[in-house]
Design a protein around this ligand. Structure first.
Ligand SMILES: *[C@@H]1O[C@H](CO)[C@@H](O)[C@H](O)[C@H]1NC(C)=O
Length: 193
């Protein structure tokens, strides 16, 4: 995957995986997926807007918004919904998804999905969520089914096939994550308010 398609890849992964994995499982992930949908919509609006061609890759978006001072580095600026800030939220959610799917991939059939999911969450998104959201997440995750039923609900064929599909998808997720991480790090954008 070339760096140029990073935004497209992120969109692809966000849309396909977040929707497929999360929405099919009902409410347990809705606090993550609802937010992701809203953030994707914001980026979508930029892409369809007057400067849409600047929003085709992560790199061009960052360059455009930096050059035009469209990114708030502090709270309560004029650009609280910049593309850079919005993508950062998706980027953090992607880390959770990456950790969770990797855990699911290597886990045994009788593993508790709820534990895998909350470990992944605690190591990623939880650091950015207020206490009340973390509590709600813990309760929602607690209701997740076993790994075997989880795979069944995903409806992607037998468990070996799901594991193989995850094995194909995870390097792409991780590459996408790393490209954005590196770029944001260079710009000191990893803590955008
Ligand atoms: C995740 O963090 C919550 C709250 O800090 C804690 O109660 C829970 O046990 C943690 N989950 C795992 C699997 O470590």
């Amino acid at each position: 995957m070339s760096q140029k398609v990073a935004v497209d890849a992120l969109r692809y992964i966000s849309v396909l995986l977040l929707f497929r994995f999360m929405n099919s499982l009902g409410t347990a992930f809705s606090f993550i997926s609802n937010d992701a949908v809203a953030k994707i919509q914001i980026l979508e609006n930029y892409r369809c807007g007057a400067n849409g061609q600047m929003y085709f890759t992560v790199q061009s978006m960052v360059k455009y918004e930096v050059d035009h001072r469209l990114v708030d580095l502090e709270k309560r600026g004029n650009h609280y919904e910049s593309g850079c800030r919005t993508l950062l939220r998706l980027h953090r959610a992607l880390k959770w998804l990456q950790l969770f799917l990797e855990k699911l991939r290597v886990a045994s059939d009788d593993s508790k999905t709820s534990v895998l999911c909350s470990e992944a969450y605690n190591d990623s998104l939880a650091n950015y969520h207020p206490w009340i959201v973390r509590k709600a997440a813990a309760i929602a995750f607690y209701m997740l089914p076993s790994r075997a039923s989880f795979f069944e609900i995903m409806n992607m064929g037998p468990s070996e096939k799901v594991v193989a599909t995850l094995g194909d998808a995870l390097p792409l997720i991780s590459k996408t994550y790393d490209i954005t991480q590196e770029l944001y790090n260079q710009h000191c954008f990893l803590d955008l308010p």
